[in-house]
Write a protein that binds this ligand. Sequence first.
Ligand code: ATP
Ligand code: MG
Length: 298
Amino acid sequence: MSETTQPTTDQPLETTSGETTEAVQDEWRNHSFDGATKLAVEDLDVHYGEEHALKNISIDIPEQSVTALIGPSGCGKSTFLRCLNRMNDRIKAAKIDGSVELDGEELYQDGVNLVELRKRVGMVFQQPNPFPKSIRDNVSYGPRKHGDLDTSLFSRLLGRSDEAAENELVERALRQAALWEEVSGRLDDNALGLSGGQQQRLCIARTLATDPEVILMDEPASALDPIATAKIEDLIDELSEQYTVVIVTHNMQQAARISDQTAVFLTGGELVEYGDTDQIFENPESQRVEDYISGKFG
Ligand SMILES: Nc1ncnc2c1ncn2[C@@H]1O[C@H](COP(=O)(O)OP(=O)(O)OP(=O)(O)O)[C@@H](O)[C@H]1O
Ligand SMILES: [Mg+2]
């Protein structure tokens, strides 16, 4: 890893404006973005055994916006994303220190209900991973499992059956994921018969069906063709009116197009710069970020 020519953090001047890295980081740590803070990450460190995968990350993520995480392979983007809904808990070797607050509530404390947390902070992965079940079942699976289909006595008294409640939920989520028009006539077909781009939108619908507040996406369009990618990008733009979206992408143009804020991680698990997307792409403070964005390394 140290074979690359990028400067190390102890070199005093490595920003385009000639300030120290510390000064730049202090600035963005104190920068307040538009909108209330949804996720507040403070002094986050992740180790996998001996490996220090994320180093002292502090970042505030504002609600109802899109935050892009970019950086070279292995710099810790997926690790960071998984910290936001405690998915790293499932990895035995992972040791997490520091704080992540969701709406001011600490996620890393005893007694947090992880099932509830992952409903509030849903996740969409790089490879579409629908269940080998019908399109309808894929969407209604989560709410059924959590007992959230509207099956209350009150609904029954009003004459609403489980089936009607399920149909309504499935249609709402599929419409939100911009897939309804394409699948409304074949809801009972196996989801594995959909195209890759359709499967990914189905996975987004499945996440939306559990009524999340935050949606984490790890390179959701990297396996898709340009048309399917454009659909996902439009969808993300729409979702950000209601949800807080945090997305990892290797596609710089995509980050520039769809995000409000961009966080740049670089090799070694450091968050080097975080700011408004326009500023990061047009006028980054850090020389290393400028080099990365202009393709000099990465
Ligand atoms: N489950 C794991 N067990 C051990 N080490 C891991 C695990 N997951 C990630 N790592 C290590 O942590 C570092 C960061 O990995 P991570 O997957 O977060 O990077 P990334 O930025 O998402 O990379 P990519 O762009 O290739 O997806 C890497 O060095 C990786 O080898
Ligand atoms: Mg990754």
